[in-house]
Structures are given as structure tokens and as C-alpha cells.
Write a protein that binds this ligand. Structure first.
Ligand SMILES: [Zn+2]
Length: 421
């Protein structure tokens, strides 16, 4: 297996690729022709010490990139258009200075990512691509210097919206636009965080139905609208709804709306049915491959059928992209989802009735964005008479919405800095 970071072998791999392309190297792995079209990363290395650590990667041409830092553990993430790492995605464990290890590889279709693990808090002092000169290839250069944890967090919070390198053709720059890591809470790149409010069901898919005829799609739309309105009133967020009226929206499209908007959070609102009429109260769900309990799995199965009702093929879309870097992003996203979910349950306590063990998880398709923290809230059960009644009252809806807004405020933790009068 070729290993990146060991210069000679990678250069050799680059030469092999050229050979394969010109003379049709027998037995060379798939699509040598296509590979040759991608920028080729030839070598990566670390230099410097604890005072200043430099990461350098040689690339055979100029590339656009996007860089950001993440805490817990401390990391630098560099997103690039798809690079040819000579087929050797992997991990380099030999650290130096502030960097303990780094990984790189294809991350999603058309995208590559490099992650530098840091020993402690740092500042990204410099990041640029040097133009190729004579025999020197283009070089991506990242300089890290030490910083206090406080400064590190502040820098994340104040980081300007990342801009693609202007000298790079638009299509290459475009490839780096989609965020591949969840926006950390409080670190929405200088812009107000964007929150996607998702009213479940709609149109041909009515969702659950209450004893006195209340439809889930109507209840959740009313609550979602109130929630979106209240979020906007704080002046702290941008808000997008996946539907604003009684229309059907595919689950995959809901996920796509959040991803394309580079949302910081998606909150899906439901009010479902359960076999046991005695069960009432709210539940907060996060996504996991293994359900926390059987009832949650059954609910997720029911919710996931929403697409079938409208005759749409049920597909998981982009959810199954493999790779260690992708897993890394997904883990990060799930961590933030759980963080928000816990906070929401705490806000509900004492104000909105909760079921037993109110934080649960299952494989909900609508929570499938790998890079947008997402939770699904069942505000109550339409199969419960009491729940059906309260869900229709304005007073109750205000309480629920108030608690949800409060949990969003806490999650982004900007209450003091952006106080609105
Ligand atoms: Zn539902």
C-alpha cells in the first residue's frame, strides 16, 4: 500500500500514473485516464517546531481550498477539490511540532479533505497556495502557531466566511463550496447561523391522525411556522422552512435543503401516533444506525415511509458514502445533534410534558445529513386524547416554541454577544 507523506513513493506513484496514461500500463487500477485529469498531490510534509509548525503539500497545479479549525479534539480541516493521492488514502502518524498526526483522502464525490490533529489549541497563522515556479510544483502551505484555548475558541467564532481563491477557475472553486463538516455551535463563520425548520409530512402524506380528526401535517406546520417566526424575531438567526404550506416534500429533499443552505441545525417537527393511547408527551430523537429501543425503530420506519406514500423511491441518498474522513464528519455531526437534543429536553422539562426517557435515537432518513446536526421532535402523540387537545391550543404551542427557541439560543451560546432589544 502506498503511503502518503513518504515522498519518494508518492512521486513514484505519480510517475506510474503518467506511464499508465501514455502506454496503457497493464493491470493498472481503474480509470487511469480519468485520474490523470485530477490535480495530483505528490508529497506532504511537516516542518518547524512547537513555536511554528508548517504543513506543506505539493500539488501539480493551483487548487482552491477551504480551511477551518475544530475543537475537541483540536484539529485543522482543509477541504479541497478531488485530488489524486495516487490511490493512497490514509493516515500519517508521524507528527511534528504542534501536529500529532494527519489524514487525507477522498471525502465525498468530487471532494478531498486533509485533517491535521493538533496537540493543543492553535492559531492558523497562514494558509495559502504558492504558484509553481520552474521545477517547483504548486504548494499548499499551512502555518500553525500556539494559542490559548480561549483565543482558539474566539477565532473559531469570529472566523470570516471562507472564500475560495479568486485566481482559481470557478468550477474548481465551486467544488469546495459545500460544507463538509458541521458548523460548530457559535462558530457560524461570521454569519448568522442558518436554521432549517422542517414541518413533517404534508400534501399527499397527512402523517398521523388524531381521534377527533386532527392531522399531523396541519399541527406540525402551525407549530413550525410559529417556531420559525420566533427564531427570526430574535434577530440572531437566518431561518429556512422545508415547507410553508400543505405540500409534499421528499425526505431526501428536506436533507438537501439543509445541506445546500449550509445550515447549522435542522429541527424536524412531528406529532405521531402510537399503539398505546395512554402514552403522551414529547420526545427528542437523534439519528443512529442502531435504534435506542424498539418503539423508536418502529417510529422511524413509519416516518421513513413518507416517501412511499407519494410513490417516490425510497433511497438513502449520499448517506452511505464510505471513508474514514466521512465517518469523522458524521461523528462530529452526531455529537452536535446529541448536544442540541439534550439541551432541548432540558428546556422542555417542567414546561412541556415529556415521555419516559425522552432522548432517543433511530435511523430517521430526514436526519441523514452528514454535515448538518439534526434532531426530530415529536411534540406529542395524536393517539393520546390529552395530547391531541393541548397541541391545538395556542397557549401550549407558545410554551413549546418558547422552549425550542431557548434551546437554540443556548446551543449557539451567543445570548450575551448578540443581545437584541
Ligand atoms: Zn410524523
Amino acid at each position: 500500500m502506498l503511503k502518503f507523506g513518504t515522498g519518494t513513493r508518492l512521486i513514484l506513484a505519480g510517475l506510474l500514473a503518467i506511464a499508465a496514461n501514455t502506454v496503457g500500463f497493464a493491470g493498472f487500477p481503474v480509470q487511469a485516464q480519468e485520474r490523470a485529469a485530477l490535480p495530483v498531490a505528490r508529497e506532504a510534509r511537516l516542518a518547524g517546531d512547537e513555536e511554528r509548525t508548517r504543513f506543506v503539500m505539493d500539488v501539480d497545479r493551483m487548487v482552491a481550498f477551504r480551511i477551518f479549525a475544530l475543537p475537541d479534539p483540536y484539529r485543522v480541516v482543509i477541504d479541497l477539490p478531488e485530488l489524486d493521492f495516487a490511490g493512497a488514502d490514509g493516515i500519517e502518524n508521524e507528527g511534528r511540532g504542534l501536529v500529532s498526526a494527519y489524514r487525507y483522502g477522498k471525502f465525498a464525490p468530487g471532494k478531498s479533505r486533509i485533517v491535521l490533529d493538533a496537540n493543543g489549541p492553535f492559531k492558523i497563522d497562514k494558509s495559502f497556495v504558492l504558484e509553481p515556479v520552474d521545477t517547483q510544483p504548486a504548494r499548499l502551505v499551512i502555518d500553525l502557531v500556539p494559542a490559548s484555548h480561549r483565543d482558539f475558541i474566539r477565532d473559531i467564532a469570529l472566523a470570516p466566511a471562507p472564500e475560495a481563491d479568486k485566481s482559481v477557475p470557478a468550477d474548481i472553486a465551486k467544488a469546495t463550496e459545500t460544507p463538509l463538516m458541521p458548523v460548530p455551535p457559535g462558530g457560524a463563520a461570521g454569519r448568522k447561523p442558518l436554521i432549517v425548520v422542517d414541518a413533517g409530512h404534508g400534501g399527499v402524506d397527512p402523517g398521523a391522525k388524531g381521534k377527533s380528526g386532527t392531522l399531523e401535517k396541519d399541527i406540525v406546520l402551525a407549530v413550525a411556522k410559529k417556531f420559525a417566526e420566533s427564531l427570526e424575531l430574535t434577530g440572531r438567526y437566518r431561518v429556512t422552512m422545508t415547507r410553508e404550506d400543505d405540500t409534499f416534500v421528499r425526505l431526501g429533499d428536506r436533507v438537501q435543503i439543509a445541506r445546500e443552505a449550509e445550515a447549522s441545525l435542522l429541527i424536524s417537527i412531528h406529532a405521531d401516533a402510537i399503539r398505546y393511547a395512554g402514552i403522551s408527551g414529547a420526545t427528542v430523537y437523534t439519528r443512529s444506525d442502531k435504534a435506542s429501543d424498539r418503539a423508536s425503530q418502529m417510529l422511524a420506519d413509519r416516518e421513513n415511509r413518507a416517501d412511499l406514500i407519494a410513490g417516490v423511491d425510497l433511497s438513502e441518498e449520499s448517506d452511505e458514502v464510505a471513508g474514514i474522513l466521512f465517518d469523522l464528519a458524521r461523528r462530529e455531526t452526531r455529537h452536535f445533534s446529541t448536544l442540541f437534543g439534550k439541551g432541548l429536553v432540558d428546556q422542555f422539562r417542567g414546561k412541556v410534558k415529556l415521555i419516559k426517557n425522552p432522548l432517543r435515537s433511530a435511523r430517521f432518513h430526514v436526519l441523514g445529513a452528514p454535515d448538518v446536526p439534526s434532531v426530530l421532535v415529536e411534540i406529542g402523540y395524536l393517539t393520546n386524547e390529552r395530547d391531541e387537545k393541548v397541541m391545538k391550543s395556542d397557549e401550549w404551542r407558545e410554551k413549546v416554541v418558547g422552549a425550542m427557541v431557548e434551546s437554540v439560543n443556548n446551543y449557539f451560546g451567543r445570548g450575551v454577544a448578540q443581545k437584541v432589544n
